[in-house]
Design a protein. Sequence first.
Length: 511
Amino acid sequence: MSLNSSKAVVKAFDDYQKARTAFVQSVVELAQNPKNIPSLQEQGVMAQLRPLLLDSVPSIQHNAAQALSKLASHSAELASAVVQGDILPQLVYSLAEQNKFYKKAAAGILRAVSKHSPPLAQSVVDCGAIDALATCLEEFDPGVKEQAAWALGYIARHNAELSQAVVDTGAVPLLVLCVQEPELAVKRIAASALSDISKHTPELAQSVVDAGSITYLAPLIKSNDAALKRQVCSCLGQIAKHSVELAELVVEGGIFPTILDRLRDPDQLVRKNAAILIREISKHTPELASLVVNSGGIAAVVDYIHENRGANALASIMTIGYVSAFSETMAKAVIDAKGITPLLDSLKPDQEDHIRSASAWALGQVGRHSSEHAEAVANGNALLRLVECFSADSSEDLRTKSKRALKSIIEKCTNLAALEPLIDSPGGVQEYVIYQFAKILPNDTKARRDFATNGSLQKLQVISTEPGSKLKDYIQTINNVYPEEIVQYYSPGYSKTLLAKIEDYPNGNEG
């Protein structure tokens, strides 16, 4: 072969390599913009990239993997195309054989495929990727660890079965080791993956605890990194929610009182996840709820609700409800911390119904213990607010929780002035109110006088009742504590009866 011929061959291959390099780099750049992805899909980009994953040039392999990761992340349809293109087994093989750059990109593709749905995540599991990803957690390169942990977390988050598959590979102790790495990105993603594993069942959460995770996670709530604090609070909350024992182990990790400071964190998600963690601890037992109270938690939670509205406040609203439900003393602590006011604010019509439902439930838990508790709630105008929740536009859950709250508060309320505006209430509340009057008025002379003079006795006489109903019996009980002429005086049509008597009365001058 002549020298010129040899140069021509080399040039042809050199041009081919440059063309492949230029192509794959262009696809990576184009895939950065979601608007370009439909056009790339129409041009059959998946089929073009697949052979480049096996290219002899490492940079081309790496760029092809990056492009596929971007595309698979964009939509479930493109992720399915990766599965259907038989690319996954190739990636799993590469995780064991290739350099760190390719491993990082390959793990990124597996992550992108797994995130969309349980079936796609199952496809990743079925091709043996979990073992390969777990092995990547032992790599020296932090970028490989990060992408592998991310992929395992995305697999685990879908359901308990997939999460168990991750646990069965022995990945949990390796993720706990990743939490101890110096690189923040690795810490964050490892904590996130442990959270995704823990959330499904007590058994899965226990497997995370058994690996010693709490020891290393709990101190990280003091970190200066907002993203890490988010994931740590989330993971501890997912562990604590399942059982008393797991919640106690989280508490024993020494999170109090530091976790209360996180309610004032500059980062909104840190605050929200900290509020959720406190809720998950407080809900289990009086002892755990008391720990929250004794740590100054109620004041912190009340302040948090004042400063955060809507979904961000929901966890703390529920914390107040859980704590208040356990004892009179803890409910009194909520009252003393001025916790009624933010609950009333959360009942306003501009809030979503599920927030209003939680607030109604919490108010019921505060007010149900004694007349003192009920009066504290009633004095805040809570009863009328709760009645307003019976609007036809309210959800069934809001109506139910409001009615239950009203019943529990009214049954303890001895402040009749707060109950009087509710005599005309709808939805069965009227019966609770009148029953309370029927219990109190026979034993309270002043209350009987006030009930008559302020128009409440008159309102009672116009209420329509069914014969033999409880409501009719309650009204009769109240009427029986007044002289008959007083009841007649306030009954409908009494003025006409008096006028008729005048007409029938004999003229005194006659005779």
